[in-house]
Design a protein around this ligand. Structure first.
Ligand SMILES: Cc1cc2nc3c(=O)[nH]c(=O)nc-3n(C[C@H](O)[C@H](O)[C@H](O)COP(=O)(O)O)c2cc1C
Length: 211
């Protein structure tokens, strides 16, 4: 069976495990902080993805340092070395599960900077390619009461503007210092259930839309 219709639209499948291939989900946090709550949430999300039948890759943005985006730098030196491996990681996964910190009501600078560099075109590829047919689930953790929920509104808009399909399911984990168990699960059963449901939906939709 062909993966794409004659119009280039992704063929919808019935199951993420059809033809024996699991939906591959790239999980990462928008924080590089050693004790980051969002890093713990990304780990919890990766486990939930695996339990939902997907294949999770846990990525750490600390391993992908990039300069702040500067158009002059790009014009004179092209893409920084670290961008192409990131583009490949995005392209070789069917979905993303992003745990985003909230800074002043928006996403973190390191996350926005990463998404911006990944969206830059190369001589042979449009900038939207790493985001094409990408299904994305969002979550956030914060010591505050709202759990970083406001930042997800901005992150959703950014991802939609580059062509990703962002699921309506999401979760925000407040009082993050006491929100995780030692195994990086969510102590609140209701929140863990939301995470599990979001992961299951991500694995299902990403599996159906995979190219
Ligand atoms: C510049 C800055 C702005 C922040 N703004 C918010 C905010 O708007 N809402 C919020 O809930 N927490 C805010 N915080 C607190 C972060 O949620 C907290 O530092 C959190 O631990 C960051 O995520 P991490 O643990 O994954 O690194 C802010 C922190 C910084 C450094």
């Amino acid at each position: 069976m062909s993966n794409r219709s004659s119009k280039g639209l992704a063929v919808v499948r019935n199951s993420s495990e059809e033809e024996g291939m699991k939906a591959r989900i790239l999980c990462f946090a928008g924080s590089t902080r050693e004790a980051s709550f969002n890093r713990r949430l990304a780990r919890a999300a990766a486990r939930a993805v695996e339990e939902a039948g997907g294949e999770a890759t846990l990525m750490d943005l600390r391993d992908h340092p990039l300069p702040l985006y500067d158009g002059d730098l790009e014009a004179s030196a092209g893409l920084p070395l670290g961008v192409r491996p990131l583009k490949e990681l995005f392209k070789t996964h069917h979905g993303l599960f992003i745990a985003s910190p909230e800074y002043n009501g928006s996403m973190s600078a390191v996350l926005k900077n990463t998404l911006d560099w990944v969206s830059r075109p190369t001589s042979d590829e449009a900038g939207t390619v790493p985001y094409a047919d990408k299904v994305v689930a969002l979550c956030a953790a914060s010591p505050g009461a709202l759990g970083g929920l406001r930042g997800l509104v901005h992150l959703r808009a950014v991802l939609q503007s580059v062509g990703a399909l962002v699921l309506s399911e999401q979760l925000a984990v407040g009082s993050a210092a006491s929100a995780f168990t030692v195994e990086d699960r969510l102590a609140d059963a209701r929140l863990q259930q939301m995470l599990d449901r979001t992961a299951a939906r991500l694995v299902d939709v990403a599996g159906r839309l995979r190219p």
